[in-house]
Ligand binder design. Structure first.
Ligand code: DX5
Ligand code: ZN
Length: 216
């Protein structure tokens, strides 16, 4: 299991130091939650902040766009140093055009589905995707409870991808911790985002190792 700590739960006054800390603690990817106050009822940070924190690690930046018009901003996030850009199928941008734009910058594209969106929504795009992110909370805030009833969607997408894109990664985001990660692992999840579980502890290194140890 790959662990992608969400910087949403980090100390925003010291994001560079927080990144160095979780890099050393064994994070596989850095998950960066971009919110515009329109697609979701919260505002975080944008491309300039991502650019500023990019030099603090060599680990991949997994940028999760919770914004209404992702297509308009792909170039900014690609140039800021994103390695993966995921955006919501429920956004106002054309999904295929947005995927193609992400790929045109050499960045890996991913589609995200909110809890009310069925797995089938991503099927037409699977062959062009690096990742599908299945939300296990309503997007907008850290610290919410894991929705286990989203896991059947992981299995459906995995099954469908077997023929068209067997290397597709499935990520889940929201409420992942020691009590929930095993269910995600058993459903076939490849990458778990974890905000609270990694940052709201005294020992992120121990937190990441325990999460990984529960997946076997
Ligand atoms: C929610 C964000 C998540 C969030 C996860 O909209 O996409 O990445 O930070 O936080 P936890 O792990 O605390 O649920
Ligand atoms: Zn996220």
């Amino acid at each position: 299991m790959l662990i992608a700590p969400s910087l949403l739960s980090s100390d925003f006054s010291a994001m560079g130091r927080e990144i160095i800390k979780i890099d050393k603690a064994g994070a596989d990817l850095m998950h960066l939650d971009v919110m515009d106050g329109h697609f979701v009822p919260n505002i975080t940070f944008g491309a300039p902040v991502i650019k500023a924190i990019r030099p603090f690690t060599k680990k991949p930046f997994d940028v999760h766009l919770m914004i209404s018009e992702p297509l308009r901003y792909i170039e900014d996030f690609a140039k800021a140093g994103a390695d993966i850009i995921t955006f919501h199928i429920e956004s106002d941008s054309d999904a295929q055009k947005t995927i193609d734009k992400i790929s045109s910058f050499g960045v890996k594209p991913g589609l995200v589905i909110k809890p009310d969106t069925p797995a089938q929504a991503v099927f037409p795009y699977l062959k062009d995707l690096y990742m599908v992110l299945v939300m296990t909370v309503e997007p907008g805030f850290g610290g919410q409870s894991f929705m286990a009833d989203m896991l059947p969607k992981v299995k459906e997408i995995k099954e469908k991808a077997k023929t068209v894109n067997p290397h597709l990664l499935i990520e889940v985001d929201g409420g992942i911790g020691e009590n929930t990660i095993k269910q995600a692992y058993e459903a076939g999840v490849d990458v778990c985002v974890a905000g609270t579980a990694v940052f709201k502890t005294d020992d992120p290194s121990q937190a990441i190792s325990s999460l990984k140890a529960l997946c076997n």
